[in-house]
Design a binder for this molecule. Sequence first.
Ligand SMILES: [Zn+2]
Ligand SMILES: [Zn+2]
Length: 392
Amino acid sequence: MNEILNMTINEMPQTEFDCSCGRHHNFSVHDMSIRKGAIEDLPKMAEPFKDGKILVVYDNHTYEVAGRKAVQLLKDNGFNIKELMFDTGDDILIPDEKTLGRILQEQDLDTKLMIAVGSGVINDSVKFVTSRTGLPYIIVATAPSMDGYVADGAPIVSHGYKYSPVAHLTYGLIGDTDILQTAPQDLIQAGYGDVVGKITAITDWDLSVKANGDYRCDTCVTLVKRALDKCFDKAEGLKSRDAESLGALLEALTLTGVAMALVNISRPASGAEHMLSHFWEMDYIARGLNPNHHGIQVGVATPVIARFYEELADILPEGTGELCPPHEEIEALLAKGGAPISPKEIGISRELFHESLMKGYTVRPRYSVLQFAKDKGRLEQIADKITEEIYG
Ligand SMILES: [Zn+2]
Ligand SMILES: [Zn+2]
């Protein structure tokens, strides 16, 4: 029972076990390699698909740091490959109809596997398309920037609206710390912000169990909490791209993915802090602007959600409030890893901020502290108060 708690991360693929939560969990990812020099494992990982064509997808940045090497390794080992590059200059690639359609167009009838070289949008887009066309894919991480490597949801944009339809899990994950060291600092901060967000995600999960009768798996909570502790311990080194700190960050992001995969819900990774982030992002996209990185937004939203827990302390179910540290402590954690700590700092306007507190709960049909505050008739009063605190 709960065997997964005794495994290292690279041992977890293809694990099945009976859990103390009463369910049988199955982690279906086939292969993971997170280590220095892990890209050398790519040909071996892709071996079962050698009889067909492999579509390798990257952008102009990820080609330089990992795409060229990945393609060379595959060619040297006799693979039949086709390449697709997205070149958006310095603009952010949006996972919209155009991007997804482009990938679909490049999938030939004899394509057996796709390899996504890149974090964030490249990963999400390849994940979504392959899930619909029934192909496996391997992700080569280029930045520890988000928790979507091992997650079955693919955040995409349709008609300007961001949503996260169910896709599928990756076949394999390559996390090479040598490559992660080349990641831009803002992407490292983004990944770190996404990890900090797990604090309120876990608290929200507890609240939804106690106030809304939702399901919980303590094994998953333990997996995530351990990964957070290890990552927070080494957070200081993120500012200097310390390899061990980057490894711990990618491990935390991946382990929350493992936890999500075990329970088939995103509860271990995403709570009200993600709702605020999605709300801001949709507003930016609607206005034709490049949004902030997902994890940067999640990071600054986390102390805000902690403020909700502080304000509602008098009516929270027993034990829930204790799971969320004071907001000042979360701000200090963000600062330790070099991530922004305030929505004001990243350009969120006062109006958008207040609106997101009032309407954030509508982003997803999911119980959170925002819904709790609304049900108790205290949402507006708390939203006014926090907005005043931050924006004056
Ligand atoms: Zn996230
Ligand atoms: Zn369980």
